[in-house]
Design a protein around this ligand. Structure first.
Ligand code: NAD
Length: 224
């Protein structure tokens, strides 16, 4: 494994969504490389909060991990975090994820993905990090017919509110980078899977169904 210790130094990373699937793995990798990690999560019940607590429990074994239970929409709590810890690098993974859930719970996306992200950008403006990496999503490519997808394609045809909020995040990050010199990088993850994964995603649902010898649920009438 490459030794990144010298690059990391004593820097403090803020990982939002640290009790989530990807945030947990990113936090653990950083801690394994000797970084100090402040993990923020609101432990919401979109899926099992117990699973999120278990991930957080694993991270708490590391002496350099600080767990902060707070919501991105709680601006004073976010301010207090930045005042106390002055993160040098930010990895923003907290969001309301899931495409189908956005059909029935649109305001969860407005809160976490729009208001929450704006709060984070405002704090990053006041306490400039060396870099702010944030999660966008492959769902911004939805509606495009030309394949393979590429970062240079225009993505103006979201077909879910989730995708629309992720595209909005990209636009907000672009504006803040332009106006305030914030060094932002957006990552358009495609389906991520692995240990400690998300119970609402196909890999987990299919595996669970197979273990119980039950049929798997396939969307779009098999036309994918
Ligand atoms: N897993 C994938 O395949 C995938 C694909 C594309 C994009 N993404 C994006 O990557 C990021 C991480 O995804 P994940 O799979 O780890 O999801 P996840 O739901 O497991 O993790 C997100 C975490 O953020 C927390 N959170 C949500 N809203 C919050 C708020 N307002 N304040 C504080 N914490 C909040 C949740 O409690 C959760 O623990 C998300 O932004 C998601 O949209 C994931």
């Amino acid at each position: 494994m490459t030794d990144h210790t010298s690059e990391i130094g004593n820097n403090t990373f803020l990982v939002t969504g640290s009790a989530g699937f990807i945030g947990y793995h990113v936090s653990r990798a950083l801690l394994d490389h000797g970084a100090r990690v402040v993990g923020l999560d609101n432990f919401n019940d979109y899926y099992s909060p117990a699973l999120k607590q278990d991930r957080d429990g694993e991270l708490r074994r590391y002496p350099k991990f600080v767990s902060v239970a707070a919501d991105l929409t709680d601006l004073p709590a976010l301010e207090a975090l930045f005042e106390a810890h002055r993160p040098g690098k930010i990895c923003h993974l907290a969001a309301q994820a899931g495409v189908r859930y956005s059909l029935v719970n649109p305001f969860a996306y407005q809160k976490s993905n729009l208001e929450g992200f704006l709060n984070l950008l405002e704090l990053a403006k006041r306490f400039p990090p060396e870099r702010l990496v944030y999660a966008s999503s492959s769902s911004v490519y939805a509606g495009l017919t030309e394949m393979p997808f590429s970062e240079t394609q225009r993505v103006d045809t979201p077909i879910s509110l989730y995708a629309a909020t992720k595209k909005a995040d990209e636009l907000m990050a672009h504006a803040y980078s332009h106006l305030f010199g914030l060094p932002t990088v957006g990552l358009r993850f495609f389906t991520v899977y692995g240990p400690w994964g998300r119970p609402d995603m196909a890999m987990w649902l299919f595996t669970e169904a197979m273990l119980k010898a039950q049929p798997i649920k396939v969307f779009n009438y098999g036309q994918m």
